[in-house]
Design a protein around this ligand. Structure first.
Ligand SMILES: CC(C)(COP(=O)(O)OP(=O)(O)OC[C@H]1O[C@@H](n2cnc3c(N)ncnc32)[C@H](O)[C@@H]1OP(=O)(O)O)[C@@H](O)C(=O)NCCC(=O)NCCS
Length: 185
């Protein structure tokens, strides 16, 4: 059973293979502003070295700290990895609050499943598994957005209870309750 874990250097080999898959599908170019894209640009020429990877993992964890180092305009963010044993499958990021950009486009939560693990239900299971951690951050309704053309992500969000609000700038915006609905008496 895959599990949601804090970023962990144990999956180094598998993580590198996953990032090679993202690169092969064109991620990491100058216009890729996603989490994976930024990390590929910043780290991919160095994170083969276990010491550098440990530094990367530490940074992934530290992103959740209120006063941790982060790029200008970024809010604290809990990064979690979806793994099975030593196999890295996917990642999910939960931003602790919305700023103007996140409220319009980015949302509270972003995720990426490695190409070779797609269409097996991982994104749906991972988002569902991340909702209690999101609730624990005091977020009752998580804003999750996806491109209007991203059918897979739209289905993931809707399967996790997403309620459509509107479309802005090519993004569909959904609010996902982070706690299960109370059962009726
Ligand atoms: C979007 C993404 C996270 C989906 O991950 P996944 O693990 O393949 O998703 P799931 O297996 O949980 O599939 C969810 C649903 O989408 C469908 N789906 C998956 N890939 C699809 C595709 N390429 N086209 C159409 N439907 C697709 C599945 O069949 C499933 O539908 P169902 O609920 O009717 O059975 C993954 O494709 C990905 O990482 N893409 C690149 C990054 C990205 O788009 N991230 C999200 C940004 S908002």
């Amino acid at each position: 059973m895959p599990q949601l874990v804090a970023p962990d250097a144990r999956v180094h080999t598998s993580f590198l293979a996953a990032m090679a898959e993202f690169t092969a599908e064109g991620r990491g170019g100058a216009r890729d502003d996603s989490m994976v894209g930024r990390d590929l640009r910043t780290w991919s020429d160095r994170w083969q070295d276990p010491a550098v990877f440990a530094e990367y993992v530490a940074g992934q964890r530290a992103a959740a700290e209120p006063d941790g180092p982060r790029p200008h305009g970024f809010v604290p963010c809990t990064n979690l990895w979806w793994t099975e044993g030593d196999v890295y499958l996917a990642r999910i990021a939960v931003r602790h609050r919305l700023n103007d950009f996140l409220r319009e486009y980015g949302g509270h939560i972003g995720y990426d499943v490695r190409p070779s693990a797609r269409r097996r239900g991982h994104a749906t299971a991972m988002l569902r598994a991340a909702l209690p951690a999101t609730a624990a951050l005091g977020i009752d309704q998580a804003l999750i957005t996806c491109d209007t053309t991203n059918t897979a992500s739209r289905k993931v969000i809707e399967a996790c209870g997403g309620v459509f609000e509107d479309e802005r700038g090519g993004k569909l915006r959904y609010w996902v309750p982070t706690a299960p609905a109370p059962s009726r008496p």
